[in-house]
Design a protein around this ligand. Sequence first.
Ligand code: FNR
Length: 335
Amino acid sequence: MEITNVNEYEAIAKQKLPKMAYDYYASGAEDQWTLAENRNAFSRILFRPRILIDVTNIDMTTTVLGFKISMPIMIAPTAFQKMAHPEGEYATARAASAAGTIMTLSSWATSSVEEVASTGPGIRFFQLYVYKDRNVVAQLVRRAERAGFKAIALTNFEGLDLGKMDQANDSGLASYVAGQIDRSLSWKDVKWLQTITSLPILVKGVLTAEDARLAVQHGAAGIIVSNHGARQLDYVPATIMALEEVVKAAQGRIPVFLDGGVRRGTDVFKALALGASGVFIGRPVVFSLAAEGETGVKKVLQMMREEFELTMALSGCRSLKEISRNHIVADWDAS
Ligand code: FNR
């Protein structure tokens, strides 16, 4: 299939998937203001490229929590991937390994941690929802650890996801699971998690300096600036607009990552210029999975890699370290 950029997969997925499934993957909360904003905000940042720099060799490799990966583009957790394609998370895991990058498996994956591990070697993180029954949580974390997962990405309770799922399959199971999520989850549970696992904990969903400081104080190994693909609280800012505040508050003590609306190599560059150590992509994975399975996810990662490499070259950056705030100007910067 001739695809020239990641966004094209959405239209193909829309044609192929049952309407309910497509709506589940594509939609955002309520008015979907934040959903549009996650993309639009990237266009408020322009480049200040540097010229006449020898860019024969571009190094996109980086290290995340001590693990070397081929590029700063990773896979965000998205639930129910088998609804997109029969191979679901297996295909995603294989594509991530082939690309030399990290896959994050959702707590609501349609494949278990053991099944994903069985696809072969790869660096994988496990996204965790915390249930009222902490024994269940402890068991899940232990299983992820045993299956070779390298970090936990902790997500606060979800908003839209399971309600939509019940509309899609009418079983009521999703609402039952949602009901088991513990809304009393708090920062002290980040400490509790550290008592049950030695895996590093990434706090996903930080949008403010206040929470960035709390994440550092509570021993998080990293922060993911995320509005969960605009599927929770509508009218939160685009993640790319919240990023700099969070980066400043983290003071370089822990790495800050970003997800939300990343569709182009230029988006990746902008996030890194604003201080992110890497980005995660969500919907491009499910849409490409729906369109072409493993091949589609591989193509998405390859296209993002090529676009990002070209952006680095055309900006005059040979390594990620060379990408700086001076390489961009945002429309919120004082002139
Ligand atoms: C998600 N996301 C998500 N996050 C999470 O922590 N656990 C989950 O199970 C899910 N499930 C999920 C399903 C679907 C269909 C989508 C689109 C998203 C949020 C996800 O991890 C990530 O934050 C966003 O998808 C990033 O935004 P983009 O790349 O989709 O714009």
